[in-house]
Write a protein that binds this ligand. Structure first.
Ligand code: NAI
Length: 255
């Protein structure tokens, strides 16, 4: 069932999304076996020697089912990348309790529940957890409150996990991407913060606001995720938040 030549194993959620697919590719190219989890079906191009689990991580029983399958497939995980998330873009006053709960269940509770089940597999050889947060954890804007709160919570959870998992030599870090051209970004441009022209107009407006003048590519985030996941590269980092945003958060908005 499993490839004998691949020695390290990654589990990544949101594997079928923009950043997810790019991350799957990079780990696979670099010799890792990949377990991809997403509520979307398996996509053409997912590594043939990997394992794909279609599941909804906002539901605790489905997370348990994922780890039953994972435990039957491998006796060890070297990295878990918590990348799946949903974004509800609407004013706080119009956000319902159900929408709030869905965002928290998908983006934050799933990481907590997944960590409990991944822990025995990660401690076998001292693995790493990478939580994909967002610049919205530290600076934010209108009409995205539940998402921003979930990503801020994920930073606090990252620190808590880093402290509690350190005795088992499991490192836990967060990455905070800025604007990256993916389906989620394009959907979120409907918030009106970058004008109301076509999607391309809005993407260009967004790019102009970034210090380096462009939005990021999924591969640029994937390479940073790889850095945080790989014990040979980031061995002395844990509990940290790494911002990868083309300079978006370095400029004072009042200047
Ligand atoms: P995307 O929407 O392309 O991919 C997200 C994937 O997660 C989708 O394939 C979706 O099906 C999956 N997913 C969502 N909820 C799920 C659930 N409950 N169960 C299973 N799968 C689920 O989004 P993108 O842009 O690739 O986002 C990846 C990560 O990067 C997310 O955590 C997002 O918050 C974060 N991020 C993205 C930024 C951007 O500009 N694209 C900026 C900052 C952070």
């Amino acid at each position: 069932m499993m490839s004998e030549t691949k020695t390290r194993t990654l589990l990544i959620t949101g594997a079928a999304g923009g950043i997810g697919r790019a991350t799957v590719s990079i780990f696979s190219e670099r010799g890792w076996r990949v377990i991809g989890v997403d509520r979307q079906p398996k996509y053409a191009g997912f590594p043939e020697d990997g394992m794909y689990i279609q599941a909804d991580i906002s539901l605790p029983e489905q997370i348990e089912n994922i780890y039953e399958q994972v435990s039957a497939y491998t006796d060890r995980l070297d990295a878990v990348v918590n990348n799946a998330a949903v974004q509800i873009a609407k004013p706080l006053l119009e956000t319902t309790a159900e929408e709030w709960d869905l965002v928290m269940a998908s983006n934050l509770r799933s990481v907590f529940l997944g960590a409990k089940l991944a822990h025995p597999l990660l401690k076998v050889q001292g693995g790493a957890i990478v939580n994909v947060s967002s610049v919205h954890a530290v600076v934010t804007s209108a009409d995205i409150s539940a998402y921003a709160a979930s990503k801020g919570g994920l930073l606090a959870l990252t620190r808590a996990m880093a402290i509690e998992f350190a005795p088992d030599e499991i490192r836990v870090n967060a990455i905070l991407p800025g604007a990256v051209d993916t389906p989620m970004l394009r959907a979120g441009l409907s918030r009106g913060h970058v004008g109301d022209g076509t999607i391309i107009d809005r993407l260009e407006n967004l790019a102009r606001k970034t210090v380096n003048g462009r939005v990021g590519k999924p591969e640029e985030i994937a390479r940073s995720i790889y850095f945080l996941a790989d014990n040979q590269q980031s061995s002395f980092m844990t509990g940290q938040a790494m911002i990868v945003d083309g300079g978006a958060t370095c400029r004072l908005s009042t200047e």
